[in-house]
Design a protein around this ligand. Structure first.
Ligand SMILES: *Cc1c(COP(=O)(O)O)cnc(C)c1O
Length: 383
């Protein structure tokens, strides 16, 4: 481990009340998940349970190993597992349950872990939204056998793209180290496209320019001029892209050290803004995140529901509000050929309904007044 790697892992470990030896770094969060699944010896015909309100790269990692994703619908108030349905989906082929920290809330993770233990099943937390927050006093991601985190530019803090795993079990750690021996190093070209991403994000992107920049970013990413989050292959098929299993570069670690230092002030800001949004939506009689969920929620985004989402997005664009579209599909951002991921929308009414109605408010803004003014404008669309 070189000095920069050790420093970065030490900073991460402080948040997780862990040690640098328990942290494993990767090019992206999805690669961390893939490595954990491999270290857990997931293979053909094994079943892996996950919520039907996820990002396509999660079932992809399962499919790349020849295993089968088994989805569970979400609960209408927490957007996490419906626990009764979770129990009903367990079979003798179930090897792993992946629970998810959704928007910063690891709701019911202790109950999921208890159900898994009763059935001798391993657990992984998709903690890509939850780094830095806690659940019932413990750091997010520390309840399961392993957790993976993302530092992609929309996540709690950014290294452009990036991710890591938290594993404390010695046995699993030894297996993970073996798996990691096959990681490819980032290439010179990767590092250039990362630097372009940093430049675009930090020097040019401001809220006022958000929509113009999102379009520019998508164009640059499509033409492979900047490091994109997902390649076309990952959204269109379940084939593993070439050079997928890649380690983290020193460029990312340095960025991580700098940006992680700013996270401390972000978490209270996100919570305070979420409280303002909740109060507003509640006063209008609209769907809001209930106060009893606030204690543990770190609110990476604030979910709200609308009808005619396209129109609302257009109004947001006109008003320069950086609105999020998570999850626009139960396996975001896939919009067709769901059967490739062994998914049928017909089976998951809550996730399907929410993925057609959900948008997210930014929680990292210094001033919520423009966001509230925007909500006033779309009053007729709010559900
Ligand atoms: C962002 C995200 C991932 C993947 O993280 P990457 O670092 O982009 O690979 C996985 N699951 C969820 C729910 C996410 O939002």
């Amino acid at each position: 481990m070189n000095d920069i790697e050790l420093k970065y892992k030490t900073e991460i470990a402080k948040y997780l009340k862990s040690t640098p030896d328990d942290i494993f770094l990767y090019w992206k969060g999805r690669v961390a998940l893939f490595a954990i699944l491999k270290a857990m010896d997931i293979q053909k015909d094994n079943e892996v349970i996950l919520p039907a309100f996820t990002c396509v790269v999660v079932p992809n990692a399962i499919k790349y190993l020849g295993a089968k994703p088994i989805y569970v619908d979400i609960d209408a108030t927490t957007y996490n597992f419906d626990l009764n349905q979770l129990r009903s989906k367990i079979t003798e082929r179930t090897k792993v349950i992946i629970c998810q920290n959704t928007f910063g809330l690891s709701s019911n993770v202790e109950k999921v872990v208890a159900i898994a233990k009763e059935n001798n099943i391993k657990t992984i937390e998709d903690c890509t939204h939850g780094f830095g927050g806690t659940y019932q006093g413990k750091p997010n991601g520390s309840y399961c056998d392993a957790a993976f985190y993302s530092t992609q530019w929309n996540k709690p803090y950014s290294t452009g793209v990036g991710g890591f795993a938290l594993v404390t079990d010695q046995n699993l750690k030894a297996k993970l180290e073996k798996v990691n021996a096959d990681l490819e190093p980032a290439t010179f070209k990767d590092k250039i496209s990362l630097s372009t991403l940093y430049f675009v994000r930090e020097k040019i992107l401001t809220d006022r320019r958000y929509w113009r920049m999102v379009k520019l970013y998508r164009w640059l990413s499509k033409h492979k001029l900047v490091q994109g989050s997902s390649s076309g292959t990952e959204i269109e098929s379940t084939e593993m892209p070439s050079h997928y299993f890649k380690g983290m570069s020193t460029t990312q670690m340095k960025k991580g050290i700098t940006n992680l230092a700013k996270l401390g002030e972000m978490i209270p800001l996100r919570k305070a803004n979420a409280a303002i949004y909740s109060e507003y939506l509640k006063s209008k009689g609209k769907t809001f995140v209930p106060t009893e969920q606030f204690q543990d929620h770190s609110f990476l985004k604030y979910p709200f529901l609308v009808k005619e989402r396209e129109t609302v997005m257009r109004i947001a664009e006109e008003n320069k509000i950086p609105l999020g579209e998570w999850f626009c599909s139960p396996i975001h951002p896939v919009m067709e050929h769901f059967d490739q991921w062994d998914f049928c929308e017909c089976e998951f009414p809550v996730a399907t309904k929410y993925s057609s109605e959900m948008l997210n408010l930014p929680t990292d803004v210094k001033d919520t007044a423009p966001v509230l003014a925007f909500l006033d404008k779309i009053d007729g669309f709010l559900l």
